[in-house]
Design a protein around this ligand. Structure first.
Ligand SMILES: [Zn+2]
Length: 240
């Protein structure tokens, strides 16, 4: 295929700029900054859920404290009543019953006071455990969003520049080479490839010595193809 020195330069630019575009696109699709942002958002949701759970548990424990305080107050009142009645009662049987009731009341009171103390501790723990502040994530997330935006803008600027180089090369390349390049892209995903040493960078096959000789002896205004994958082959030429 006929190919002037200038055509070959355009073809090299076209290939390099298209490859650059693919690399930039892949980088845009898998931005570290975006991954970091997603991670922060997930952590924020987790912290929010935890806060909701903690608050619910805290309410429950506060209700426990309230209920136990009422029990303790009732038992203390009963203790007071028992003692007051005992101080005046003279009937033997009545005194025996009152003493028995007082013993039971005191045992219960001790038990409920213990439970109340534990419940107060637990409620205080949940109230003091508001350290997982989801709002604290807001600023970090905003910063992460800005980082994503900045990285995307930088990549998009590079992509625009590469796309402009592709466009300029396409406009200057001769029609026959351009058509062959486009056919290669359509059929094999690559329009041209460099020969590096003995290996075609399109199909990554090592070419046999006879093919290599014939490729290296191709006239400078001709464009060889890879005998394995048929892609247009670019060869480093020492004379250029
Ligand atoms: Zn090949």
């Amino acid at each position: 295929m006929h190919c002037s020195t200038d055509d070959r330069r355009q073809l090299e630019t076209l290939l390099a700029s298209n490859q650059e575009l693919s690399v930039l696109q892949a980088r845009l699709d898998t931005l570290d900054e975006r991954e970091k942002l997603e991670q922060l958002k997930a952590e924020q949701i987790k912290a929010r859920n935890e806060q909701v759970r903690n608050r619910a548990a805290g309410n429950e424990h506060r209700t426990d404290v309230f209920r136990l305080r009422q029990e303790v107050a009732k038992l203390k009142e009963r203790e007071r009543d028992n003692r007051a009645t005992l101080s005046t009662a003279t009937d033997r049987e009545q005194r025996r019953d009152l003493k028995h009731d007082l013993t039971t009341t005191l045992a219960k009171l001790e038990d409920f006071e213990d439970r109340l103390e534990r419940a107060i501790h637990t409620a205080e723990f949940f109230d003091g455990n508001e350290s997982e502040q989801p709002d604290a994530y807001q600023a970090t997330i905003r910063e992460a969003e800005e980082n994503v935006q900045r990285a995307e803008n930088a990549l998009r600027a590079d992509m625009d520049a590469a796309a402009a180089r592709v466009q300029a090369a396409r406009e200057q390349l001769n029609d026959e080479v351009l058509a062959a390049y486009d056919r290669g892209v359509e059929e094999q995903g690559i329009g041209a490839a460099w020969l590096k040493g003995r290996m075609c960078q399109g199909c990554f096959m090592e070419l046999d010595p006879a093919s290599l000789r014939s490729i290296h002896h191709t006239a400078s205004h001709q464009l060889p193809r890879c005998p394995e994958c048929n892609v247009l082959l670019l060869v480093y030429r020492e004379d250029e």
